[in-house]
Ligand binder design. Structure first.
Ligand code: FMN
Length: 190
């Protein structure tokens, strides 16, 4: 059991979204990926996150949002830069936006940092569930996440924040394993 878990933990690597190729997960595999998110710890059981699957039909809208976000923060961006921003929407056969929900209606003492931790756990569960099913994955964020155009496209409420996109697909060229920090660098004993 530990071997299986470890092989997923150690086997997962960031694959840039443009290198994620078809096939992506089918409906059943994707459902397991989302079900894995539901296993995340969640202080207060607030469900402080949600995920938005970007359908193929809406990729052009996402592309326009990326391009608009670029134009907003850099009005001088040239046509090539705008085209590259638009193209990002077509990377990865399966693309999901990860959104943190800091719902004031759930007024509790759970701080926003804990909600973000819960989202991070959900995301990692999803990456591992993809890995366990033979799919590669990658995360992408950037300034466009907070743009007006992106917020409008994703229909975010004021208390919601798009954190990153998660791409799933079939891996690019195998990367050399990343050297991981020795536990002594981040574990101390009080
Ligand atoms: C919230 C979040 C956002 C990320 N956004 C990006 C990104 O925009 N571009 C990118 O290349 N990697 C992004 N990454 C992935 C990291 O670059 C990657 O995890 C890191 O290089 C370590 O590699 P590994 O995941 O293979 O261990 C993101 C990771 C996290 C947790």
């Amino acid at each position: 059991m530990m071997d299986k878990l470890w092989s997923c933990l150690a086997g997962r690597r960031q694959v840039s979204l443009r290198r994620l190729l078809a096939p992506g997960p089918d409906d059943a595999a994707l459902e397991r990926i989302f079900a894995a998110a539901a296993q995340a710890p969640d202080h207060g059981v607030l469900l402080p996150w949600r995920f938005i699957l970007i359908s193929p039909e809406r990729r052009p809208d996402l592309g326009r949002a990326f391009a608009e976000a670029l134009a907003q923060r850099d009005p001088g961006a040239d046509e090539a830069a705008r085209a590259a921003a638009y193209e990002k929407a077509f990377h990865a056969p399966c693309l999901v936006a990860a959104v943190m929900v800091d719902d004031p209606a759930g007024a509790t003492t759970v701080p926003v940092a804990e909600k973000l931790v819960s989202l991070g756990c959900a995301v990692q569960n999803m990456l591992l569930a993809a890995e366990a099913q033979g799919f590669a994955s990658g995360l992408a964020s950037g300034l466009a996440m907070e743009s007006v155009a992106m917020r409008r496209l994703l229909c975010l409420l004021p208390h919601e924040q798009a954190i990153c996109f998660i791409g799933f697909g079939t891996g690019g060229a195998a990367k050399a394993p990343r050297e991981r920090p020795a536990t002594g660098r981040f574990v101390t004993v009080l």
